[in-house]
Design a protein around this ligand. Structure first.
Ligand code: MN
Length: 192
């Protein structure tokens, strides 16, 4: 049996207190998914997650992804999350790890397009090497992006130049609502 990479995720949480899913790695078929959760914790941020090898590889992006190829957004790598987390929306109790409200801000599928020396690189290998090139097909975001490690846990998330690029679009402000329920993170926090 494959060893789970979810040990850190599980150890940080008390599942008697948080409604977050405990989760296990899943075998999946079909296109891998991505999800972006807006998380109003001690600092508001967007959790960017890519399905790789049965878990959600995760980065915390303080400002969220940009649609402008000239803008580089800091993405801090965090612990792998279980696949079940992709549909989690709700309140993590105050005092618990990540306490605050979460909405599913965007979701869809992605295609890994990482190439090195003219050869395709598997997503898992690309993440381990610190450079992943991919194409999103989501509800808010579309087209190519790259994630590149600068040092330790700090990566940069950058939009690639293509039809999905738009320097004037700011989906974080123009489309703040959940793609699951239409709620804003403030409405979730208010218990609506
Ligand atoms: Mn978070």
């Amino acid at each position: 049996m494959k060893k789970s990479s979810l040990g850190t995720y599980v150890s940080k949480r008390d599942f008697r207190k948080t409604p977050e899913p405990r989760g296990r790695p899943l075998g999946r078929s079909g296109k891998p998914i991505y999800v972006i959760q807006k998380h109003d914790a001690s600092h508001l941020h967007y959790d960017f997650r890519l399905e790789v090898d049965g878990v959600l590889k995760s980065w915390s992006v303080p400002k969220g992804p940009s649609t402008d190829p000239r803008v580089r957004r800091l993405a801090v790598m965090t612990e792998d999350h279980p696949m079940a987390y992709a549909s989690f929306e709700g309140d993590i109790p105050k005092g618990e790890y990540g306490g605050g409200s979460v909405i599913v801000w965007d979701r869809g599928t992605f295609r890994n397009e990482t190439v090195k020396d003219g050869k395709p690189v598997e997503a898992k290998t690309a993440v381990a090497r610190g450079h992943v090139v991919f194409r999103l097909d989501g509800e808010k975001l579309h087209g190519g992006y790259s994630l590149t490690r600068m040092n330790e846990r700090n990566w940069l998330l950058v939009k690639r130049k293509d039809a999905g690029a738009d320097a004037r679009r700011n989906p974080e402000s123009s489309q703040p609502e959940s793609v699951l329920t239409g709620r804003t993170v403030e409405e979730v926090a208010a218990g609506r």
